[in-house]
Design a protein around this ligand. Structure first.
Ligand code: BEZ
Length: 255
Protein backbone atom coordinates (compact mmCIF):
# COMPACT_ATOMS: atom_id res chain seq x y z
CA UNK A 1 0.00 0.00 0.00
CA UNK A 2 1.41 3.38 -0.98
CA UNK A 3 0.43 6.14 1.42
CA UNK A 4 1.15 9.79 0.79
CA UNK A 5 3.09 10.99 3.81
CA UNK A 6 3.44 14.58 2.61
CA UNK A 7 0.21 15.94 4.10
CA UNK A 8 -0.09 17.94 7.32
CA UNK A 9 -3.31 19.87 7.65
CA UNK A 10 -4.30 22.71 9.95
CA UNK A 11 -8.09 23.03 9.83
CA UNK A 12 -8.28 26.71 10.88
CA UNK A 13 -5.61 27.72 8.37
CA UNK A 14 -7.36 25.63 5.70
CA UNK A 15 -10.66 27.36 6.44
CA UNK A 16 -9.01 30.77 5.91
CA UNK A 17 -6.75 30.12 2.92
CA UNK A 18 -8.52 27.34 1.09
CA UNK A 19 -12.11 28.58 1.03
CA UNK A 20 -11.85 28.48 -2.77
CA UNK A 21 -11.74 24.66 -2.69
CA UNK A 22 -15.40 24.25 -1.66
CA UNK A 23 -16.45 27.49 -3.40
CA UNK A 24 -15.15 26.25 -6.75
CA UNK A 25 -16.64 22.83 -6.04
CA UNK A 26 -20.19 24.02 -6.78
CA UNK A 27 -20.25 22.71 -10.41
CA UNK A 28 -19.23 19.24 -9.34
CA UNK A 29 -21.98 19.18 -6.71
CA UNK A 30 -24.34 20.14 -9.51
CA UNK A 31 -23.04 17.22 -11.58
CA UNK A 32 -23.65 14.89 -8.63
CA UNK A 33 -27.20 16.26 -8.29
CA UNK A 34 -27.73 14.94 -4.75
CA UNK A 35 -31.33 13.96 -4.04
CA UNK A 36 -33.24 14.07 -0.75
CA UNK A 37 -32.96 10.78 1.11
CA UNK A 38 -30.01 9.46 -0.90
CA UNK A 39 -27.11 7.94 1.03
CA UNK A 40 -23.88 9.56 -0.12
CA UNK A 41 -20.25 8.94 0.85
CA UNK A 42 -18.00 12.02 0.61
CA UNK A 43 -14.51 10.61 0.03
CA UNK A 44 -11.87 13.06 1.28
CA UNK A 45 -14.42 15.36 2.90
CA UNK A 46 -11.79 17.70 4.37
CA UNK A 47 -13.32 20.15 6.83
CA UNK A 48 -16.77 19.41 5.42
CA UNK A 49 -17.41 22.80 3.77
CA UNK A 50 -18.71 21.08 0.62
CA UNK A 51 -20.21 18.07 2.43
CA UNK A 52 -22.64 20.53 4.03
CA UNK A 53 -24.04 21.30 0.56
CA UNK A 54 -24.95 17.64 0.07
CA UNK A 55 -26.66 17.59 3.47
CA UNK A 56 -28.54 20.80 2.58
CA UNK A 57 -29.86 18.99 -0.51
CA UNK A 58 -31.46 16.47 1.85
CA UNK A 59 -28.97 13.62 1.37
CA UNK A 60 -27.81 11.44 4.24
CA UNK A 61 -24.07 11.90 4.07
CA UNK A 62 -21.09 10.11 5.56
CA UNK A 63 -17.72 11.85 5.17
CA UNK A 64 -14.31 10.23 5.42
CA UNK A 65 -10.89 11.84 5.40
CA UNK A 66 -7.38 10.65 6.26
CA UNK A 67 -6.67 13.74 8.38
CA UNK A 68 -7.90 13.59 12.00
CA UNK A 69 -7.73 17.43 12.20
CA UNK A 70 -10.00 17.78 9.17
CA UNK A 71 -12.44 15.16 10.44
CA UNK A 72 -12.64 16.99 13.76
CA UNK A 73 -13.46 20.22 11.89
CA UNK A 74 -16.13 18.40 9.85
CA UNK A 75 -17.65 16.93 13.02
CA UNK A 76 -17.71 20.42 14.53
CA UNK A 77 -20.08 21.36 11.68
CA UNK A 78 -22.38 18.57 12.88
CA UNK A 79 -21.41 16.18 10.08
CA UNK A 80 -21.10 12.42 10.30
CA UNK A 81 -17.38 12.22 9.54
CA UNK A 82 -14.76 9.56 10.20
CA UNK A 83 -11.02 9.11 9.82
CA UNK A 84 -10.35 6.61 7.05
CA UNK A 85 -7.76 5.93 4.36
CA UNK A 86 -9.48 6.12 0.97
CA UNK A 87 -7.22 3.32 -0.21
CA UNK A 88 -8.63 0.96 2.40
CA UNK A 89 -12.38 1.57 2.30
CA UNK A 90 -14.38 -1.27 3.83
CA UNK A 91 -17.96 -0.06 3.30
CA UNK A 92 -20.42 -2.69 2.02
CA UNK A 93 -22.69 -1.71 -0.93
CA UNK A 94 -24.78 0.80 0.99
CA UNK A 95 -24.40 4.12 -0.88
CA UNK A 96 -26.44 5.55 -3.74
CA UNK A 97 -23.50 7.76 -4.69
CA UNK A 98 -19.89 8.45 -3.81
CA UNK A 99 -18.63 12.02 -4.19
CA UNK A 100 -15.07 13.34 -4.05
CA UNK A 101 -13.59 16.81 -4.48
CA UNK A 102 -9.86 17.71 -4.50
CA UNK A 103 -8.84 14.54 -2.69
CA UNK A 104 -8.13 11.62 -5.03
CA UNK A 105 -4.76 13.02 -6.16
CA UNK A 106 -3.42 12.42 -2.63
CA UNK A 107 -4.21 8.70 -2.84
CA UNK A 108 -1.32 7.00 -4.56
CA UNK A 109 -2.89 3.58 -5.02
CA UNK A 110 -5.77 4.49 -7.35
CA UNK A 111 -6.71 0.87 -8.08
CA UNK A 112 -7.30 0.28 -4.35
CA UNK A 113 -9.44 3.45 -4.17
CA UNK A 114 -11.46 2.33 -7.19
CA UNK A 115 -12.10 -1.13 -5.70
CA UNK A 116 -13.26 0.35 -2.38
CA UNK A 117 -15.58 2.88 -4.04
CA UNK A 118 -17.03 0.16 -6.30
CA UNK A 119 -17.74 -2.07 -3.29
CA UNK A 120 -19.33 0.81 -1.33
CA UNK A 121 -21.90 1.56 -4.06
CA UNK A 122 -25.26 -0.10 -4.49
CA UNK A 123 -25.81 -1.57 -7.97
CA UNK A 124 -26.54 1.36 -10.30
CA UNK A 125 -24.85 3.80 -7.89
CA UNK A 126 -22.74 6.67 -9.23
CA UNK A 127 -19.29 8.06 -8.50
CA UNK A 128 -18.91 11.75 -9.31
CA UNK A 129 -16.11 14.12 -8.52
CA UNK A 130 -13.14 16.25 -9.33
CA UNK A 131 -9.42 16.02 -8.58
CA UNK A 132 -6.14 17.48 -9.75
CA UNK A 133 -5.58 16.35 -13.33
CA UNK A 134 -2.60 16.00 -15.66
CA UNK A 135 -0.47 19.17 -15.51
CA UNK A 136 -2.03 20.40 -12.27
CA UNK A 137 0.08 23.08 -10.54
CA UNK A 138 3.07 22.10 -12.69
CA UNK A 139 4.55 25.62 -12.62
CA UNK A 140 3.97 25.94 -8.89
CA UNK A 141 5.58 22.57 -8.18
CA UNK A 142 8.54 23.33 -10.43
CA UNK A 143 9.22 26.61 -8.59
CA UNK A 144 9.02 24.91 -5.20
CA UNK A 145 11.28 22.06 -6.27
CA UNK A 146 13.81 24.49 -7.79
CA UNK A 147 13.93 26.54 -4.58
CA UNK A 148 14.43 23.44 -2.44
CA UNK A 149 17.13 22.09 -4.76
CA UNK A 150 18.93 25.44 -4.64
CA UNK A 151 18.85 25.31 -0.83
CA UNK A 152 20.23 21.75 -0.88
CA UNK A 153 17.09 19.87 0.18
CA UNK A 154 16.18 16.60 -1.47
CA UNK A 155 12.60 15.54 -1.98
CA UNK A 156 11.89 12.11 -0.55
CA UNK A 157 9.78 10.14 -3.01
CA UNK A 158 9.77 13.06 -5.45
CA UNK A 159 6.62 14.84 -4.12
CA UNK A 160 4.12 12.30 -5.41
CA UNK A 161 0.53 13.13 -6.32
CA UNK A 162 -1.64 11.33 -8.88
CA UNK A 163 -2.55 13.95 -11.49
CA UNK A 164 -4.13 11.57 -13.95
CA UNK A 165 -4.72 11.98 -17.65
CA UNK A 166 -8.31 11.11 -18.63
CA UNK A 167 -7.34 7.86 -20.42
CA UNK A 168 -5.30 6.68 -17.48
CA UNK A 169 -8.11 7.53 -15.06
CA UNK A 170 -10.73 5.75 -17.21
CA UNK A 171 -8.57 2.62 -17.43
CA UNK A 172 -8.24 2.37 -13.63
CA UNK A 173 -11.98 2.74 -13.03
CA UNK A 174 -13.07 0.49 -15.90
CA UNK A 175 -10.72 -2.19 -14.55
CA UNK A 176 -12.56 -1.92 -11.21
CA UNK A 177 -15.87 -2.66 -12.98
CA UNK A 178 -17.37 0.80 -13.53
CA UNK A 179 -19.27 1.66 -16.72
CA UNK A 180 -20.09 4.95 -18.46
CA UNK A 181 -16.80 6.40 -17.21
CA UNK A 182 -16.56 10.01 -18.40
CA UNK A 183 -13.43 12.02 -17.50
CA UNK A 184 -12.09 15.27 -18.88
CA UNK A 185 -9.55 17.93 -18.00
CA UNK A 186 -10.59 21.47 -17.10
CA UNK A 187 -7.78 24.05 -16.89
CA UNK A 188 -8.89 26.34 -14.05
CA UNK A 189 -6.54 29.19 -13.12
CA UNK A 190 -7.33 29.55 -9.45
CA UNK A 191 -7.06 32.66 -7.26
CA UNK A 192 -4.87 32.19 -4.20
CA UNK A 193 -6.34 34.53 -1.57
CA UNK A 194 -3.19 34.47 0.58
CA UNK A 195 -0.76 34.48 -2.35
CA UNK A 196 1.69 31.71 -3.17
CA UNK A 197 3.30 31.93 0.28
CA UNK A 198 -0.07 31.44 2.02
CA UNK A 199 -0.94 28.56 -0.31
CA UNK A 200 2.36 26.84 0.49
CA UNK A 201 1.70 27.17 4.21
CA UNK A 202 -1.77 25.68 3.91
CA UNK A 203 -1.07 22.93 1.41
CA UNK A 204 2.63 22.14 1.53
CA UNK A 205 3.68 22.26 5.21
CA UNK A 206 3.64 18.46 5.37
CA UNK A 207 5.73 18.29 2.23
CA UNK A 208 8.29 20.78 3.59
CA UNK A 209 8.42 18.68 6.78
CA UNK A 210 9.11 15.57 4.71
CA UNK A 211 11.89 17.39 2.84
CA UNK A 212 13.37 18.16 6.31
CA UNK A 213 13.01 21.94 5.97
CA UNK A 214 13.11 23.25 9.57
CA UNK A 215 9.97 25.04 10.77
CA UNK A 216 11.88 28.32 11.12
CA UNK A 217 12.97 28.22 7.45
CA UNK A 218 9.60 27.28 5.93
CA UNK A 219 8.24 30.84 5.74
CA UNK A 220 11.43 31.97 4.00
CA UNK A 221 11.13 29.17 1.45
CA UNK A 222 7.50 30.14 0.84
CA UNK A 223 8.43 33.81 0.26
CA UNK A 224 11.23 32.81 -2.11
CA UNK A 225 8.92 30.55 -4.14
CA UNK A 226 6.39 33.38 -4.31
CA UNK A 227 9.08 35.67 -5.73
CA UNK A 228 9.96 33.05 -8.35
CA UNK A 229 6.31 32.96 -9.47
CA UNK A 230 5.67 36.71 -9.50
CA UNK A 231 5.77 37.04 -13.30
CA UNK A 232 3.86 33.82 -14.01
CA UNK A 233 1.05 34.14 -11.43
CA UNK A 234 0.68 37.80 -10.34
CA UNK A 235 -2.10 39.62 -12.17
CA UNK A 236 -2.13 43.37 -12.95
CA UNK A 237 -4.82 43.80 -10.24
CA UNK A 238 -2.52 42.19 -7.64
CA UNK A 239 -4.32 38.83 -7.42
CA UNK A 240 -2.37 35.58 -7.61
CA UNK A 241 -3.65 32.94 -10.03
CA UNK A 242 -2.24 29.40 -9.84
CA UNK A 243 -2.14 26.86 -12.65
CA UNK A 244 -4.76 24.41 -11.42
CA UNK A 245 -6.07 21.77 -13.82
CA UNK A 246 -9.05 19.70 -12.72
CA UNK A 247 -10.06 16.25 -13.85
CA UNK A 248 -13.84 16.05 -13.59
CA UNK A 249 -15.45 12.64 -13.76
CA UNK A 250 -18.62 10.59 -13.47
CA UNK A 251 -19.33 6.86 -13.76
CA UNK A 252 -21.66 4.23 -12.42
CA UNK A 253 -21.63 0.72 -11.03
CA UNK A 254 -23.64 -1.59 -13.31
CA UNK A 255 -27.00 -3.01 -12.09
C1 BEZ B 1 -5.38 20.41 -5.80
O1 BEZ B 1 -6.53 20.50 -5.37
O2 BEZ B 1 -5.14 20.23 -6.98
C2 BEZ B 1 -4.24 20.52 -4.85
C3 BEZ B 1 -4.40 21.16 -3.66
C4 BEZ B 1 -3.35 21.25 -2.80
C5 BEZ B 1 -2.12 20.74 -3.12
C6 BEZ B 1 -1.95 20.11 -4.32
C7 BEZ B 1 -3.01 20.01 -5.20
Amino acid sequence: MTVNKTSRWDAADYGRNAAFVPALGAPVVELLAPQAGERILDLGCGDGALTVKLVEAGAIVTGVDASPAMVEAAQARGLDAHVADGQQLTFPPEFDAVFSNAALHWMLDPAAVARGVFRALKPGGRFVGEMGGQGNIATLRAALHAELAERGYSMPGGDPQWYAAPDEFRAVYEAAGFVDVVAHLIPRPTPLPAGVAGWLKTFRTGFLDSAAVPDEEQAGVAQAVERRLESAFRQPDGRWLADYVRLRFSMRKPH
